[in-house]
Structures are given as structure tokens and as C-alpha cells.
Design a protein around this ligand. Structure first.
Ligand code: BEZ
Length: 206
């Protein structure tokens, strides 16, 4: 089962872009996401939304990889239908996980919701192949792609500056200075020019 901070389970899968292995994404960020089924309305809105953010994600060195347990033929027909009805190309591969292998590895099937469809799961995997975020949505709730970009911005800011990010943080907002671990550090930080409400709660601009 996937765990935050642990290596993402390895796989090789059939996709709309040919065979793909998890390791093919090493060195860049990956958003692996599952959807319940092709040719369904909420999923179609999500694919349009993911296609729309693909250029923003590329700027951040992030690739998208979709998944459902539909067949390759179904995926191809749906992608063609999206192009035909909405004029949008789906610029990322979709795993045809017909034997549920990847879905089982990642715990994407939630039997309480559906025994035959993957739930709306999002796994953010970093360039070293570590799972950095997991977000789960129910079958009936379409995802917020702004939130997915926000989480990636937060993780990349954390990695770059060694900081944390507060509630509702957005790129450009002040960040949280990690709490001090000694009395001496606590004292020093009050004089360091940060914006501090107290010794444990300091923000700064990066
Ligand atoms: C949909 O994508 O519209 C959908 C899929 C599964 C359950 C409910 C809605």
C-alpha cells in the first residue's frame, strides 16, 4: 500500500502512449491519478481540466499519468471522443489497467465505493520516486486541479528552501520557518528578522 515518504510502487503498464514504467519518470515529478471510468461526465470534465493544467505542470517539471481499469480500446475511443466533442487533445498517457494490477498496488479500488471502478486518487511522486502527497476524492466529486498545482508548488518550495507552508498558502505567500529544536535556537530566531507571532510561529518571504 502506498505511504507518504515511501518509494512509489514500481510498475510497467500498457497506456495510450505505449508501455510505460514508473521508472521512466525518474528525475522529474509525476502526478499519477485514477478515474472511475471512461465515457462518464465527471471524468470527462476532469480530463479537460487536467489537459488545461498540463502546460503549467510542465513548467514545474511535472508529468501527468491517468489510470482506469478500462481497456486500451476504450481509452482510445474516449480520448478521440473528447477531441471530437470538446476540441481538446489529451496530452498525457492513460494506463489501461484491465487486470487491476496498478490499481491494487496503489490501493485505488475502494470496495465501499465501487468494486469495479477506481476512485479518484491522486499520487504526487517526486524525482526520486518517493510518494509526497496522496489525495482521494469520492466517485461523485470532480477534482480541483488548482489544488493539485498548489500542492506541487508547496512541495517544491519546501524542497528548495527547507520550509513549510501554511493553510491556504499559494505561491508568493510567506512560508513557515521550521520550529526551533533548542532554547538557544528559539531565542536566536526572535532576533533573526522573521515575522514571528511567538518563538514557535515565524514566517518569512522566500
Ligand atoms: C462520472 O465520471 O460522471 C462518474 C463516474 C462514476 C460515478 C459517478 C460519476
Amino acid at each position: 500500500m502506498p505511504r507518504l515518504g515511501s518509494p512509489a510502487p514500481s510498475f510497467e503498464a500498457v497506456t495510450t502512449f505505449g508501455k510505460i514504467r514508473l521508472e521512466d519518470f525518474r528525475g522529474g515529478w509525476l502526478v499519477l491519478f485514477s478515474h472511475p471510468a471512461d465515457f462518464t461526465p465527471v471524468c470527462t470534465t476532469e480530463f479537460l481540466a487536467f489537459a488545461a493544467i498540463a502546460p503549467e505542470l510542465r513548467k514545474r517539471n511535472v508529468e501527468l499519468l491517468g489510470l482506469s481499469i478500462d481497456s486500451p480500446t476504450s481509452h482510445i475511443a474516449w480520448v478521440r471522443n473528447i477531441k471530437d466533442k470538446f476540441g481538446i487533445d489529451i496530452p498525457f498517457p492513460i494506463i489501461a489497467d484491465s487486470n487491476k494490477e496498478v490499481a491494487m498496488l496503489y490501493g485505488m479500488l475502494m470496495p465501499g465505493e465501487s468494486k469495479t471502478e477506481t476512485s479518484r486518487c491522486v499520487f504526487v511522486i517526486d524525482p526520486a520516486g518517493i510518494i509526497r502527497a496522496m489525495i482521494y476524492y469520492p466517485l461523485t466529486t470532480g477534482r480541483n486541479t488548482d489544488e493539485i498545482i498548489r500542492v506541487i508548488d508547496a512541495l517544491q518550495t519546501t524542497d528548495k528552501y527547507g520550509v513549510a507552508t501554511p493553510a491556504n498558502w499559494k505561491l508568493g505567500d510567506k512560508v513557515i520557518v521550521p520550529p526551533p529544536s533548542t532554547v538557544e535556537e528559539a531565542e536566536a530566531r526572535m532576533k533573526a528578522g522573521f515575522e514571528c507571532a511567538d518563538w514557535y510561529f515565524c514566517k518569512k518571504t522566500v
